[in-house]
Write a protein that binds this ligand. Structure first.
Ligand SMILES: Nc1ncnc2c1ncn2[C@@H]1O[C@H](COP(=O)(O)OP(=O)(O)O)[C@@H](O)[C@H]1O
Ligand SMILES: C=C(OP(=O)(O)O)C(=O)O
Ligand SMILES: [K+]
Ligand SMILES: [Mg+2]
Length: 562
């Protein structure tokens, strides 16, 4: 039933002779051929009957897939599953079990915890709720911990105040002193000790990248008096930047370590809780990523935590390529990025980061303000929909909600908007065949890696040309799955992996539908077993055309599901 192209042995090594392709063909007659090419293929296949898959007796429980994805596959057919992944920041609006479940049902692939806010106790309770949901209701939601980083930000507003307003012409005090709650009127604390020394009279102080603006008018010891020049809402722990003569001022704060001592404690917490991703704020160089990766490797022996570099500063743009190469993924953190570079440069910068990540085979998340107005309103602005569409069109791996899901009034609706816009734009691009051909440079570092890369590039191309229903990849490390995802093929990619943590981790990557399945090195038996398990679950049917690749036996097999 299969046509396969086997490229060399099970564990290729650089010393092996150049690959000699060998073809094996077999066949099962298929009635569901829609494409002329399929008819040709089945015609040259040779009969391969009489083999009953032993796995037919196995129960459907032998395979795990995210419950939300399974529901979507059954509803829309698997060619129409969403390829763009969705990350939701969890906050007071969504930390309850029911709210988390609603997000999981709504398509949340990754739950993000921003360590700028909340206690370890609060975060632990959210992580455990997510784990419980996964176990009890069959979701595969991964957890991403996002460090606070050494940014300058305001403290809490004192007491229970969720927000406050600064009006035009008001004088506010920004202070590095510690106050008892409640704070004196029109006073804001700042987390960076050097603040009062670094600012100068005449500097412009931007809250949250310019949502509120002040001008420094006087310095009195630890207190900085500022005049409000652009009124607006001030949220607790909002980020602060100061500008002099039109440029961002980076005094001693530029020397602060990327990972602060508080961040290290948070990272230890994340490792202990077994999060799948750690996102590092305000990354300046590859060095810090390498350092963190060895720290994790030494401490989290059996779990492999992926490190995501947040691109949100001028320094991170300067060292972009080396940072992305060192990381397991990147985030276009447009909130702070837009406070550090002129706003009109943000779109081009986003496109550049998304493209680079895909070229280097690293998942990339587009974050912040995608649906900002939905914090307060139940429908997005048309401009926000256009922004989401653009990120989907750029084929970013994932889109992220921040305030919309953390503290907004319509978290589920915001997620629904991301989901429906993603589906619609993806379909439109597939139907119109509007592929932007992207040069994917060779990235392999060894001969064996090169084989994997070539196999995945060819398999993805074949999948498009033959209009197959799905690509199957059996992968232990996730590498082959990500190489297929990198090609952004027209069909979904079923990624079979044998650990739950790898399955959750793959959930961030474009087009991958991760399954957990125990499999062997014998591809024939893996495939037979997978087919019967998936058929029993109603996820595939006889006659579906698939291409299978694997990182145990480096091969491409084209076949109809028996
Ligand atoms: N764990 C949390 N506890 C309380 N509030 C939170 C939490 N996470 C996020 N928020 C709220 O959601 C807003 C948006 O989230 P996010 O963009 O991640 O943070 P920030 O605005 O600090 O960059 C925050 O400003 C904060 O008001
Ligand atoms: C995602 C971002 O980081 P944070 O929300 O932690 O500031 C951002 O700045 O866009
Ligand atoms: K953060
Ligand atoms: Mg940020």
């Amino acid at each position: 039933m299969a046509q396969s192209l086997h490229l060399i042995s099970r564990s290729p090594s650089p010393s092996l002779p150049s690959p000699k392709p060998s073809f094996t063909t077999s066949r099962k007659p298929s009635l569901s051929l829609r494409h002329p090419l399929r008819r040709r293929i089945s015609a040259i296949l040779v009969s391969h009957n009489g083999k009953t898959p032993s796995a037919a007796l196995e129960t459907a429980a032998g395979i795990d897939v995210d419950a939300a994805t399974e529901a979507e596959m059954k509803e829309n057919g698997f060619r129409s599953t969403r390829r763009t992944k969705l990350v939701c920041t969890i906050g007071p609006a969504t930390c309850g079990e029911e709210q988390l479940e609603a997000l999981a049902v709504g398509g949340m692939n990754v739950a993000r915890l921003n360590m700028c806010h909340g206690t370890h106790e609060w975060h632990r309770s959210v992580i455990r709720s997510v784990r419980r949901l996964n176990e009890e209701k069959g979701f595969a939601v991964a957890v991403m911990m996002d460090t606070e980083g050494s940014e300058i930000h305001m403290g809490d507003l004192g007491g229970a105040a969720p927000s406050t307003r600064a009006e035009d012409g008001e004088i506010w005090t920004f202070s590095v002193r510690a106050f008892n709650s409640p704070l004196p009127e029109r006073t804001i604390t700042v987390n960076y000790d050097g603040f009062a020394e670094d600012v100068k009279v005449g500097d412009e102080l931007l809250v949250d990248g310019g949502m509120v603006r002040f001008e420094v008018i006087e310095k009195i010891g630890p207190d900085v008096k500022c005049l409000c020049t652009d009124p607006g809402l001030i949220l607790p722990r909002a980020n602060l930047t100061f500008w002099r003569d039109g440029s961002l001022v980076r005094e001693r704060n530029a020397m602060l370590p990327t990972i602060s001592s508080k961040d290290w404690l948070d990272i230890d917490f994340g490792i202990a809780e077994g999060v799948e991703f750690i996102a590092i704020s305000f990354v300046k160089s590859a060095e810090v990523i390498n350092h963190l990766k060895s720290y994790i490797a030494a401490r989290a022996r059996d779990s492999d935590i992926a490190v995501v570099a947040k691109i949100e500063s001028i320094d991170s743009l300067k060292n972009l390529e080396e940072i992305v190469r060192a990381s397991d993924g990147a985030m276009v953190a447009r909130g702070d990025l837009g406070a550090q570079i002129p706003l009109e440069q943000v779109p081009a910068t986003q496109q550049k980061i998304v493209q680079l990540c895909r070229q280097l085979n690293k998942p990339v998340i587009v974050a912040s303000q995608l649906l900002e107005s939905m914090i307060e309103y139940p429908t997005p602005t048309r401009a926000e929909v256009a922004d989401v569409s653009e990120a989907v069109r750029q084929r970013a791996d994932a889109l992220m909600l921040s305030g919309e899901s953390a503290m907004g009034q319509f978290p589920d609706k915001a997620l629904t908007v991301l989901r429906s816009v993603s589906l619609r734009i993806e379909r439109w691009w597939r139907e119109e065949k509007r592929h932007e051909t992207m040069v994917l440079p060779d990235i392999a570092s060894s001969f064996s890696d090169s084989i994997s890369e070539e196999i995945c590039n060819s398999a993805a191309k074949m999948a498009n040309n033959l209009e197959v229903d799905a690509l199957f990849v059996f992968t232990k490390t996730g590498h082959m799955a990500s190489l297929l995802s990198r090609c952004r093929p027209d069909c979904p990619i079923f990624a079979f992996t044998n650990t739950t943590s790898m399955r959750r981790r793959l959930n961030l990557q474009w087009g991958l539908i991760p399954f957990r399945l125990t499999f062997s090195d014998d591809m024939e038996s893996n495939l037979n077993r997978t087919f019967s398990l998936l058929k029993a679950r109603g996820m595939i049917k006889s006659g579906d055309l698939i291409i299978a690749v694997s990182d145990m036996l480096q091969s491409i097999q084209v076949m109809n599901v028996p």
